[in-house]
Write a protein that binds this ligand. Structure first.
Ligand code: DP6
Length: 334
């Protein structure tokens, strides 16, 4: 190996129609499709260098030596890249999350998307978008979507080898230009109680509502794509809030429960309903944590952000726009 480094940047994404459950855990194949918006305000920049002089893989995250469980998941991912490239060389990985605050907001989507692009390129591979998305998916299902910018649809696929399980961009330039996502952090970004990977598996095994959740996803996906094609933010917003609530309903019904919400989450949800009643474009979504993200548009984003910031228990608010695809950066970064 030459020891060449590659640096890539990827944006986080927030699912509008959620991914929650797998059809194959080993290959990390989702049980259903999903649909997301890539966000410009939350990015990860990752540099990978394969270096024969290293005794083993090593990783720094935000300038610190990565925790053992982070290194273990990264190493398993690098093993897939090495297998694809036909090499066995250890790698050094340097990753920085550029998130507005040090919150518990999910970084695995931007993290594995940036790692997939940087590691594959540093290993001498030149993967097309489909292959890159499949590779990112093996790190984290939501990361498959962060390969693309704007609105993105992830296909669950039907093949056992997962070749058809990757993400596609959903072209909607006008809607992508005016859409906004207001990220309202709750509880100071406290570490999440259940990681999404374990929680969705537990939900699939124990929740009496899991089958109902899975049944609704294809309908929501088709309706969300139609709403995007029509530029109908209101229809997309209603589907977004409905998908998040259905996912959380299934999670909450798990035995024992997977309950991410804090009192301020409910206060934020009520605020979103009040904004809507007052005529604002505002629809809520929540992931594997207490934070509330509000789908809105350029006209109402400032008013929505102000109202969210004034909600009891909301500790930080960021307005994000649609972000671009994962991309390689010049060698000097990060
Ligand atoms: C609630 O992508 O983190 O954010 O594939 O096991 O790594 P793994 O799961 P992950 O799950 C994301 C769950 C979610 C919804 C979503 O992003 O669609």
């Amino acid at each position: 190996m030459s020891g060449d480094a590659a640096t890539a940047r990827a944006c986080a994404n927030i699912a509008l129609v959620k991914y929650w459950g797998k059809r194959d855990a080993a290959r990390n194949l989702p049980a259903a499709g999903s649909l997301s918006l890539t966000l410009d305000a939350l990015t990860t920049v990752t540099t990978v260098r394969f270096d024969p002089a290293l005794p083993a893989d090593r990783m720094r995250l935000g300038g610190e030596v990565a925790a053992p469980e982070v290194l273990a998941r990264t190493r398993a991912f690098l093993d897939r890249v090495r297998a694809l490239a036909g090499i066995t060389t250890p790698a050094s990985v340097e990753s920085h999350n550029h998130f507005p605050t040090a919150s518990g907001l999910a970084s695995s989507a931007s993290g594995f998307a940036a790692l997939a692009l940087a590691a594959s390129r540093a290993a001498g591979l030149d993967l097309d978008d489909a292959a890159l998305s499949r590779l990112a998916r093996e790190g984290s299902g939501s990361a498959a979507r962060s390969i693309h910018g704007g609105f993105v649809r992830m296909d669950a696929g039907v093949r056992d080898d997962g070749l058809d399980a990757y993400a596609h961009p959903v072209a909607a330039p006008a809607l992508a230009a005016r859409v906004r996502m207001i990220v309202a952090e709750v509880g100071g970004g406290a570490p999440k109680t259940h990681g999404s990977r374990d929680a969705m598996e537990h939900c699939a095994r124990t929740s009496p509502l899991y089958d109902g959740w899975l049944a609704v996803v294809p309908r929501d996906l088709a309706a969300a794509e139609a709403a995007i094609a029509a530029g109908d933010l209101e229809a997309l917003g209603e589907l977004t809030e409905g998908s998040a609530l259905a996912m959380h309903a299934a999670a909450i019904a798990s035995r024992p429960t997977v309950l991410y919400w804090q009192p301020a989450t409910l206060a934020a949800l009520a605020q979103v309903r009040a904004l809507r009643a007052a005529g604002r474009a505002a629809w809520a979504t929540m992931d594997a944590g207490p934070h509330v993200k509000v789908l809105s548009d350029e006209r109402d984003a400032d008013a929505v952000a102000r109202a969210m910031a004034g909600t009891e228990g909301v500790t930080a608010v960021t307005i994000a726009r649609a972000g671009g695809p994962a991309e390689l950066l010049p060698r000097t970064a990060p």
